[in-house]
Design a protein around this ligand. Structure first.
Ligand SMILES: C[S@@+](CC[C@H](N)C(=O)[O-])C[C@H]1O[C@@H](n2cnc3c(N)ncnc32)[C@H](O)[C@@H]1O
Length: 192
């Protein structure tokens, strides 16, 4: 699993003298800095467009008339697909940059908010029929507070539909990059 530290700095500066350290080093899990490129890849890439998103939509089934929260909605491709199928969708993401792209895709009327899983969410109790959390939970080291909060905003009997990166995918990428990783450990990771 990949650890998430939205507010922390990346652990890359070890051994670098303070004078040589970048003024503003990259943050862990900082989607603001990769928003455009990530969104482009997500739009048409094999894993997102042909495998993960169709699987999420298949799990959701007939969503017409359902009230759905897209947690970690990114630039909003799943939000858009659910809305096209007749759901009333709200979305939030920790990255303002990703939400700006979502706003462009979904329009001014879309209910989009900056918020982070793991903290309090800006929705009333028992609001949603479903929560979709597509490729976001693996950024959390501790799932407890996030799941508690999602449970609060779900109606009784509501569904949480989620996908995560397979840990072996990340382990394999690191291995190919020449890094020795512990499959079961948690890491700070910077996407570039
Ligand atoms: C891999 S992208 C997936 C985006 C979108 N769910 C999709 O499937 O197209 C991960 C998203 O999770 C967001 N994210 C990461 N940690 C988060 C957190 N703690 N709370 C909310 N969003 C988070 C990132 O900003 C990014 O937009």
């Amino acid at each position: 699993m990949i650890s998430d530290d939205q507010h922390g700095q990346a652990g890359r500066t070890g051994g670098v003298p303070p004078a040589a350290a970048p003024v503003d080093p990259p943050r862990v899990n900082d989607y603001d800095s990769i928003a455009e490129a990530y969104s482009r890849e997500n739009e048409t890439g094999l894993v997102n467009a042909y495998y993960e998103r169709p699987a999420m939509l298949a799990l959701a089934g007939d969503v017409a008339g359902r009230r759905i929260l897209d947690a970690g909605c990114g630039s909003g491709p799943l939000f858009a697909a659910l809305r096209d199928r007749g759901a009333a969708v709200s979305g939030f993401d920790a990255s303002a940059g990703m939400l700006e792209l979502a706003r462009r895709r979904l329009g001014e009327d879309a209910d989009l908010q900056v918020a982070a899983l793991g903290g309090p969410l800006p929705y009333a109790d028992d609001t949603f029929d479903d929560v979709v959390a597509s490729l976001v939970m693996h950024y959390l080291e501790d799932w407890g507070p996030a799941l508690t909060e999602l449970r609060r905003v779900l109606k009784p009997g509501g569904r949480l539909i989620m996908s995560v990166d397979h840990p072996f995918a990340i382990h394999g990428l690191e291995y190919l990059a020449g890094n020795k990783t512990d499959y079961f450990a948690t890491y700070d990771r910077i996407e570039e």
